[in-house]
Design a protein around this ligand. Structure first.
Ligand code: PLP
Length: 379
């Protein structure tokens, strides 16, 4: 089945009691049992909920996975993956990734004796070199937030498979429409469904997609034991969002391309970070593993001062100044003071995330209007 069709029908089964075409919002905490332990597969809503079940089925389908689990946020999904580990285990992760993942790793899990080793994963050899007998997990993000670095998922998977190490990929930026890490050899896919999957900036949610039955059981045990489950209303919203994922991503990509090229020729712009450019250092890999290049773009101005960046960030009208991404509306963000403020400045600068960097989440408005807005703001 082609992707656009899959997004419309994934997880959708007419409601068995009424035939309702849309999965109802089962707003209930418990289910009445006929006799002790005689029930319809639903006991208590932290463990099972029909709206969540429909969404989890949809999540599995759209990432070509056998199983999926929904969580109350993207970081809760990440949290569940790290809880597979034991004190003393090591995790190799990208030195350029979502600030909230970095904060979870360094501020929450490091104190439980799990060690995180940060490498430049754009060269798979760096991952191979960092592996020790304590390494249990490699955590990738590609494209990265906000520098749009690309890691070769298949190359890293070849290394982790050989060493029996789990490979998890944060696929939030690409969305399943552009990239499917399980097909490239990853063991776990993580999404902040808050972004492109929900698509309308109205819900916080996370997802994990897996093929292994054993891993699914372990992660389901963590999901129900730790309890970071999404409510049924939120599941309904993401189910609805997924239906238009194909058409939205097409529009995000088209607008992203137009804006990336427009920025690149602007006399006041210094550097544009977008994997669609042939000059992007990882363009060949992006082209190989992604169907298109997405609507996330970062750029710096020739005047690299924080003041100039702040002036532009405060001058747009269609691009709203806000954290988050992946919604139908365009957003502009200042990673240094907003999404990535939890990364120490020294660490940030070392990894190329400068004070003047501006990140765009290009929405699906008319590209001409978006360009006019940016044009006026940059001046
Ligand atoms: C937003 C985001 C997360 C965290 O997801 P939440 O839903 O905000 O908890 C993780 N990774 C990436 C790449 C993100 O953009």
């Amino acid at each position: 089945m082609k992707k656009a069709t899959k997004y419309i029908h994934a997880g959708a089964v007419p409601d068995p009691t009424t035939g309702a075409i849309m999965t109802p919002i089962y707003q209930t905490s418990t289910y009445v049992q006929e006799a002790p332990a005689k029930h319809k597969g639903y006991e208590y809503a932290r463990s099972q909920n029909p709206t969540r079940k429909a969404l989890e089925d949809a999540y599995a389908e759209i990432e070509n996975a056998k199983h999926a689990l929904a969580f109350s946020s993207g970081v809760a999904a990440t949290d569940a993956v790290i809880k597979l580990l034991q004190p003393g285990n090591e995790v190799i992760c990208a030195n350029d990734m979502y600030g909230g993942s970095y904060r979870l790793f360094t501020k929450v899990f490091a104190k439980f004796g799990i060690n995180f080793i940060y490498v430049d994963t754009t060269d798979a050899q760096n991952v191979a070199n960092a592996i020790t007998e304590k390494t249990k997990l490699v955590w990738l993000e590609t494209p990265t937030n906000p520098l749009m670095n690309i890691t070769d998922i298949a190359a890293v998977a070849a290394i982790t498979k050989q060493k029996n190490i789990l490979l998890a990929v944060d696929n939030t930026f690409a969305s399943p429409a552009l990239q499917n890490p399980l097909d490239l050899g990853a063991d776990i896919v993580m999404h902040s469904a808050t972004k492109y999957l929900g698509g309308h900036s109205d819900v916080i949610q996370g997802a994990l997609m897996i093929n292994s039955d054993e891993l699914r059981e372990q992660l389901y045990f963590i999901q129900k034991s730790c309890g970071a489950v999404p409510g049924p209303m939120d599941c309904f919203l993401v189910l609805r969002g997924i239906k238009t994922l194909g058409i939205r991503m097409k529009a995000h990509c088209e607008n992203g391309k137009k804006i990336a090229y427009w920025l690149q020729q602007h006399p006041k712009v210094a550097k544009v970070f977008w994997p669609g450019f042939e000059t992007h250092p990882n363009h060949a890999i992006a082209k190989k593993q992604m169907a298109d290049f997405g609507g996330m773009i970062s750029f710096t101005l020739k005047d690299e001062s924080m003041e100039e960046a702040k002036r532009v960030l405060s001058s747009t009208h269609l691009f709203s100044l806000a954290e988050s991404l992946g919604g139908v509306e365009s957003l502009i963000n200042h990673p240094a003071t907003m999404t990535h403020a939890s990364i120490p400045r020294e660490e940030r600068i070392k990894n190329g995330l400068s004070d003047g960097l501006i990140r765009l989440s290009v929405g699906i408005e008319d590209a001409d209007d978006l360009i006019e807005d940016l044009s006026k703001a940059i001046g």
